[in-house]
Design a protein. Structure first.
Length: 448
């Protein structure tokens, strides 16, 4: 992939890296409000309501002449946005590696996403197609931006510091998401005091995430530096580059087996994150304030859960700890099926359970995968990890939407996601992790 790897250098170089690291943290601070406020909380219920307003007497909208139940429109649109991102990411990644000019590409992705998100202020009435278009653009841009953002990590942090630098970026993102949600909760709950209708308050909350994203993206774009590309031979297209990586992974079938397991259960995780607010509002009849409070709870407990699962992994090994978290995910979704409508306390309990397993499941999966990557191919394999993650994450929303379309029940739709955790558990349990690490040419840790 042509990514420079940082090693210890002169004091001036170290000072420069520290400056870049502080700028790098701020991109997570900038864009995480989109994931939290827009995708997780406000847009799902609001776009669903707009689609219902535009629906015919049978409850269907007809984008491009295709009959779609209004309640499934948001889930289908999320799936479409991911497919667009998968088509764009390898092309952008290949261009970034060939030219070494990541920063202009990151700027283009950031401001495309920020502009689309800000444009959601104009989403009202029956403009569900406008909402769908803006969601596709913003979500695809956010995916491309995060791919470029993650690829800076080997350039700005020596190997010994990489875990700490990555964790701080993650913490900045959670902090920004929580801060924006608090502001959104105040605005939404007291919209009358601000002279706004409930609908106008939601539109302001959506647009404010885009303005935040665009404003704070200026900091990393000022501090991050482009490096000279170091790619030998003819530069492949993005899709050929991805194919070459997958071909190399076939030489390490157990690494590929772990990646497949991760893609399956992580698809379930991502779908729960994006569809939980729709389930809470449409099936359980909960208000926006309750949903915001639940997401805030998830944000806070995700950090605590990651730390707790990290300690469990030191005792029981990462693989067993992840398997335990998948059991917890399964039980949580099963319990969610039986939640009574109009009972915020039970939804908060569900949110707390999700928060406790959310951060740890993803953090341990990434660290475990790092042991399975052959030395010298870290960037290439992790690029495929990110791309494949996005590439699979359309199946969960699709299953959720299809299940609702066939049954008309969000309870059936949410419990259908159990399949991802059960299948992921079986696939992960079958991976001989120690042997996979040894075959990758890496030292096998005492606990894994």
């Amino acid at each position: 992939m042509g990514i420079d790897t940082v090693r210890a250098g002169a004091p001036e170089e170290t000072a420069g890296l520290r400056r870049e690291q502080r700028g790098w943290y701020m991109y997570d601070w900038a864009c995480s409000v989109y994931s939290t406020s827009v995708l997780t909380v406000f847009l799902g219920p609001y776009l669903t309501a707009v689609a219902r307003h535009a629906a015919d007497a049978d409850g269907y909208v007809h984008p491009l002449g295709v009959p779609v139940r209004a309640g499934s429109f948001f889930a289908y649109t999320v799936s479409l946005s991911v497919i667009v991102a998968v088509l764009v990411m390898p092309l952008v990644g290949s261009l970034a590696d060939r030219t070494g000019r990541k920063k202009p590409l990151l700027a283009a992705a950031a401001y495309t996403g920020a502009a689309a998100t800000t444009g959601m202020f104009f989403l009202d009435g029956d403009r569900y197609l406008l909402g769908g278009l803006l969601l596709v653009v913003a979500n695809a841009a956010q995916s491309v931006g995060m791919m470029l953002y993650n690829s800076y990590l080997p350039q700005i942090a020596p190997p010994a510091e990489r875990d700490a630098v990555s964790s701080r970026g993650w913490a900045f993102g959670y902090a920004a998401g929580s801060l924006m949600l608090v502001a959104n909760l105040v605005l939404y709950s007291a919209h009358d005091s601000f002279g706004l209708s409930q609908t106008a308050a939601v539109r302001v909350c959506l647009a404010s995430a885009g303005l935040w994203w665009g404003a704070f993206a200026l900091i990393p774009l000022r501090r991050l530096r482009d490096r000279h590309a170091r790619v030998e031979g003819a530069a492949p297209t993005g899709l050929r580059q991805l194919a070459a990586t997958v071909k190399d992974m076939r030489r390490h079938p157990r690494t590929l087996a772990f990646l497949l397991a991760y893609l399956v259960y992580n698809d379930g995780i991502q779908t729960v994150i994006t569809q939980a607010s729709v389930y809470g509002s449409e099936e359980l009849g909960l208000g926006q304030s309750t949903l915001i409070g639940a997401v805030l709870l998830v944000q806070v407990l995700a950090v605590a859960g990651a730390l707790a699962m990290g300690r469990l992994a030191r005792v029981h090994g990462a693989q067993r700890t992840i398997l335990g978290s998948l059991v917890a995910w399964t039980l949580t979704l099963a319990a969610g099926y039986f939640l009574p409508a109009g009972a915020p306390v039970f939804f908060y309990v569900l949110a707390a359970a999700i928060g406790l397993v959310l951060g740890g499941s993803q953090a341990l999966s990434r660290s475990l995968f790092s042991h399975l990557v052959p030395s010298g191919k870290e960037a290439e394999y992790f690029a495929a990890y990110e791309l494949s993650d996005r590439g699979m994450s359309w199946l969960g929303p699709l299953l959720f939407g299809v299940t609702y379309q066939l049954t008309g029940s969000y309870r059936s739709a949410i419990v259908s996601l159990v399949a991802f955790f059960v299948i992921g558990f079986v696939l992960l349990a079958r991976v001989p992790v120690r042997r996979a690490i040894d075959e990758a040419g890496n030292q096998v840790p005492e606990r894994i």
